[in-house]
Design a protein around this ligand. Structure first.
Ligand code: MSP
Length: 512
């Protein structure tokens, strides 16, 4: 079976990563960790987009060569942040690597040989911020880019063109036959409308600067940065170099993209693949924007808050949880310090963290930390339901907020169960029946926590691991990442006799 292959956009390295970039990358990480815990062969790819005028100008402004600039940012900013955020990517592609540049030249040469590319001239507006040719009708008054709110540049160049206009009908047929190809539905509608309104041929080279991959048959041109960039999804998994790897991984199941770059992925990219006769991706999912003051968060309007400032205060796991829980995936949303604090305190520290420490404390106090046997299965049904719903939401629908909601509904049910059962009162009854009842209640609570650790591991791996160890589960059930999500809902897995210890507090009180 082909691998479950998920990609993030490859990010421009003109600056350090901000909350918006981390948002998409964390989402992909949670999705792929979830699928790994389904027992699937998974491939998670991220990387950096290093060519084009935007990078070239930033490097010039900083007095270094573009390659030096990229090397520095990748090694000092991008890779370290992904490590810090526990991103478990299988590969990291940089578009300046030979494994990419050579294959891009071959791909473009092939299209040229097939007659898909011709020489023409382009006259029109271009936004360097977007690295995108704009239609005059897209611009705001004063010829401003609608995304960057900055003036576009006027280009007049001889360029090579890809015959994109010939793919309209095939693309529409493809969307029709694959209704889930573009998600969410609002994004799909936008794409279908756009293609229906008629496609123009696409300029795929630039000749006024040289920071890019050379057009193989005409070295006065470099390949347009978006054609170069999109091909990362193929070159990184062995296209034209390692056929066995390519066959195992290709095509992507999910390309995660921000909604600003939807057309590139849902129109140009499939047309390029059609031209080359390659299988098309399963899904392009457009996430919304993190907003600041009603605008897309970007380099020029940062909140002034970096991912690391938030992780210093809330911790990495709470960070990974917060954005996915607070903003329905596919919609825009705003970050607020107050909202983060409120969710940290009520959902993570109170509902979840306190539950874990109370249960461990009671097993310690009443049973010397040895998990007793129990027969109360009243939480088994709600657990099974939570697992099924969370698996569909997170694993299939990319509805992270909904999936986490189902898991935390179950957490609250366990809390409710304890407050109704009142084990601290039952403990006073020293008769064998009383003790058996106490054992049953605590077993049910600990067994529920076992499942919660499995379900939250893709989202909060360090916290889930602490819980797993405090339940003594590793010794009996093996490593946490090896636990399967669809088996998490089976009841009675944590064995009697497991050693329960009161571990570290999962979500300490926030400072300041
Ligand atoms: N280099 C191109 C992508 C090429 S993919 C073949 C690019 N890079 S980017 O760095 O400008 O942005 C990439 C992605 O970062 C966005 O599409 C989105 O996924 C993410 N985000 C950047 N700002 C964001 C927000 N404010 N909110 C959410 N995601 C954001 O475009």
């Amino acid at each position: 079976m082909a691998a479950y292959y998920v990609s993030t956009p490859i990010y421009y390295v003109n600056d350090a990563p901000h909350l918006g970039h981390a948002y998409t990358t964390v989402a992909g990480d949670v999705l792929t960790r979830w699928h790994r815990q389904r027992g699937e062969d998974v491939w998670y790819l991220t990387g950096t987009d290093e060519h084009g005028q935007k990078i070239m100008r930033t490097a010039e402004a900083n007095g270094v060569s573009p390659q030096e600039w990229c090397d520095k940012l990748v090694s000092e900013a991008w890779k370290p942040l992904w490590e810090h955020l526990e991103i478990a990517n299988d590969d990291f592609i940089r578009t300046t690597e030979p494994r990419h540049t050579q294959r891009v030249q071959e791909f473009v040469q092939d299209l040229y040989d097939k007659g898909e590319i011709y020489k023409g001239s382009y006259t029109g507006p271009y936004c360097v911020g977007c690295e995108e040719y704009k239609a005059p009708g897209d611009l705001l008054e004063g010829d401003l880019c609608p995304i960057h709110k900055r003036p576009v540049e006027w280009l007049e160049e001889d360029n090579y063109f890809f015959k994109l206009s010939e793919y309209g009908t095939r693309l529409l047929e493809f969307y029709e036959a694959n209704p889930d190809f573009v998600q969410p539905a609002s994004a799909r509608n936008e794409v279908v409308q756009f293609v229906r309104s008629g496609l123009q041929d696409l300029s795929i080279s630039r000749s006024s600067f040289d920071w890019g991959i050379k057009v193989p048959w005409d070295d006065k041109h470099v390949i347009y940065v978006w054609i170069d960039a999109l091909l990362n999804y193929a070159t990184a998994v062995g296209y034209g170099a390692d056929q066995a790897k390519f066959d195992r991984i290709w095509p992507a199941n999910v390309h995660l993209v921000g909604k600003d770059i939807l057309r590139f992925h849902a129109v140009i990219w499939p047309a390029m693949l059609m031209a080359q006769g390659l299988p098309l991706p399963g899904r392009v999912f457009a996430n919304g924007w993190l907003m600041v003051g009603g605008e897309k968060m970007s380099k020029s309007n940062l909140t002034g808050i970096s991912p690391r400032q938030l992780t210093e205060h809330f911790g990495v796991d709470a960070y990974r949880y917060y954005f996915l829980r607070a903003i329905p995936f596919g919609q825009d949303g705003s970050f607020s310090w107050e909202d983060f604090t409120a969710r940290y305190t009520s959902e993570l520290a109170n509902d979840f963290g306190n539950l874990a420490s109370r249960v461990a404390a009671m097993v310690g106090k009443y049973f010397d930390g040895v998990l007793p046997a129990g027969s109360d299965e009243s939480l088994a049904g709600p657990l099974r339901e939570a697992v099924e719903k969370a698996d569909r939401a997170i694993g299939e629908d990319l509805d992270f907020s909904g999936g986490l909601g189902h898991i935390f509904d179950f957490v609250r049910k366990v809390n409710l169960y304890l407050s109704e059962q009142e084990p601290w009162k039952v403990a006073r009854d020293t008769s064998p029946e009383g003790q058996a009842k106490l054992a049953s209640i605590l077993y049910a609570a600990a067994e529920s926590l076992r499942a919660i650790a499995v379900l939250l591991n893709p989202v909060m791996p360090a916290t889930a691991e602490k819980l797993w160890l405090s339940l003594g589960a590793e010794e009996h059930l093996g490593a946490l990442p090896a636990q399967k999500v669809h088996e998490a809902g089976r009841w009675g897995v944590l064995p009697e006799g497991a050693t329960i210890t009161k571990g570290e507090i999962l979500f300490p009180r926030l400072e300041g």
